[in-house]
Ligand binder design. Structure first.
Ligand code: CUA
Length: 324
């Protein structure tokens, strides 16, 4: 499983490698160690069985005048050995698995709580103790214990960032948790791994593990309401936003827009991707997204705004990209 997944490229702009066997958390390491042990053991057994088979095939091949091959029927010792060995191995693996599950799920003290809501087809992140709400791109402090609390808002999704830890389902009406601490700064990509509808494949996750001071700066920035636009196109863009149906779905703190159907856009300009990873967050892609969201991500709740004038579209994109 692992090697194949390691080769999977999740190509969004500058995507990070997806390697479950190269984890950056103690929890991921526990899983990878168990996997490697099971793989090594399986390889050993395969080599032993194939080796014995080849040896027998060669030794007892058909030759003129060859004696009858030795028979093992009724060999009690052999039968006990080949029944007991797999049973003992499987029992040992079972207990190692229990130990790994315990290590992976153990509650971590003083963890930063982050709520993860799976929606069709994007992720909402809430930091209840920090007053931050964002979408699709998760920021966490390196080295700090984290508790992700996952739930689904519509159907069942599954949260998986291979280099962090195992998968966890996001189920409507239920809260699951994931405990982890990211030990290495970097960007880690993941995706929804439970089929959840048309755009399941475009429900990407990007985790930024920031050094503590950088994380604090990010939090301070995210806690601010959106800055009022200063330049003319962005000022016009804000009017376009507030006068269109954008406000029925999106929130921008510091403006009357407060809907929670789509992602919170208060700091949209600080995110690297849009549409849950479907495109890099550039003004060109944003204009495309607003005008033709249904072509970029068919079935998404975001309608296509193909009736906006070119000037209004430019202004709207300038406004949203300015929300850093
Ligand atoms: Cu959400 Cu698949």
């Amino acid at each position: 499983m692992g090697a194949g997944l390691g080769l999977l490229g999740w190509s969004v702009g500058c995507s990070a490698p997806v390697e479950p066997l190269n984890p950056v958390t103690p929890q991921g390491l526990a899983i990878a160690n168990l996997f490697n042990l099971a793989l090594a053991l399986s390889a050993l057994i395969l080599a032993l069985v194939v080796g014995l088979l080849l040896r027998t095939l060669w030794r007892d091949r058909e030759r003129p005048g060859a004696p009858e091959p030795p028979q093992i029927h009724g060999n009690r010792t052999l039968e006990i050995v080949w029944t007991a060995t797999p049973a003992l191995l499987l029992t040992a693996m079972f207990f190692l698995m229990l130990q790994t599950m315990h290590a992976v799920d153990a509650a971590v003290p003083d963890a930063l709580r982050i709520q993860v809501l799976g929606r069709q087809w994007w992720w909402e992140y809430r930091y209840p103790d920090l007053g931050v709400v964002t979408a699709n791109e998760l920021h966490v402090p390196v080295g700090h214990p984290l508790t992700l609390e996952l739930t689904g808002d519509d159907v069942i999704h599954s949260y998986w960032v291979p280099r962090l830890t195992g998968k966890r389902d996001a189920i409507p009406g239920k809260w699951n948790t994931l405990q982890l601490a990211v030990q290495q700064p970097g960007v880690y990509d993941g995706a929804c791994t439970e089929y959840c509808g048309l755009q399941h494949a475009w429900m990407r996750i990007r985790v930024f593990a920031d050094p503590p001071d950088q994380f604090e700066a990010w939090v301070r920035q995210q806690q601010q309401p959106a800055a009022a636009p200063a330049a003319p196109p962005a000022v016009r863009g804000q009017q376009v936003f507030l006068q269109n149906t954008c406000v029925n779905c999106h929130a921008i703190a510091g403006t009357p827009a407060a809907a929670r159907v789509g992602p919170d856009l208060t700091h949209f300009g600080s995110r690297t991707t849009l549409g849950a990873g479907v495109r890099a967050n550039t003004p060109d892609n944003l204009r495309d997204w607003i005008r033709h969201a249904q072509d970029v991500k068919p079935g998404a709740l975001m309608p296509s705004f193909d009736t906006l004038s070119a000037a209004d579209l430019d202004a709207l994109a300038a406004y949203l990209e300015g929300l850093k």
